[in-house]
Design a protein around this ligand. Sequence first.
Ligand SMILES: Nc1ncnc2c1ncn2[C@@H]1O[C@H](COP(=O)(O)OP(=O)(O)OP(=O)(O)O)[C@@H](O)[C@H]1O
Length: 250
Amino acid sequence: MEKTVVEIRNLTKSFGDLDVLKGVNMDLYKGENLVVLGKSGSGKSVLIKIMVGLLTQDEGTLKVLGHEVKELNSRELNRLRLKIGFSFQASALYDSMTVRENLEFPLVRNVKNLSKGEKDKMVEEVLDGVGLAQTINQMPSELSGGQRKRIGIARTLILKPEIMLYDEPTAGLDPITCRDINNLINQVNEEYHTSSIIITHDLTCAKETGDRMTVLLEGVFGATGRFDEVFEHASDQRIKSFYDYNFIKQ
Ligand SMILES: Nc1ncnc2c1ncn2[C@@H]1O[C@H](COP(=O)(O)OP(=O)(O)OP(=O)(O)O)[C@@H](O)[C@H]1O
């Protein structure tokens, strides 16, 4: 039986009269890439925020690595967050720091008693892992968008997370760089044994990275499965139009 690392059951969240999540069910299995698709404003960010304890659900349960997130105190929540790597849409590097300093930052904040040698080794390993060893002394402004995205992912990986959350990993990148990032997402799961949730509007990214995908439609997940199961034989018009827009009307 597959091990579940995130388990969501009948989750609801409203803001005043706006019912955003209306009974969401979702499982993230250990080692898989799960793609979450949905229109702008469908509630993807709200779901992620509940997952990392920045918002609390109204009803239902959300367990991450066996912990019901809403029941954790702030110390337990911080400990859990260290196991979740969050790759933001903007790679959010510190512009005044070199690549090395950017990568050291999470170590300095979160890991006590590391020697300089240990720190250097961890930085060099993770940078090599994303194929950018040569950029170690460069400033973020000297890097391309794709390289900055890779460094952002490396900075998340340095704490060896069990779960990776990618928010629009290919947004704003050209098709070739998108493919490189998609390959990197797959490589990360294999080499770091992470389980990942990838939020995207990009169906090529979904197809290339997702073991399974799920589409958030009007507050619930409308369809879940492999790419071909969800899209290529979709009967739901809302899912069909998502597919047509990405692959036909470009
Ligand atoms: N703290 C909040 N207070 C009130 N409304 C909120 C809050 N957070 C989100 N919402 C509303 O919930 C809905 C879902 O927002 P969310 O940010 O989750 O969308 P999304 O699917 O991530 O969209 P996008 O793809 O554009 O990032 C939106 O209508 C938004 O205005």
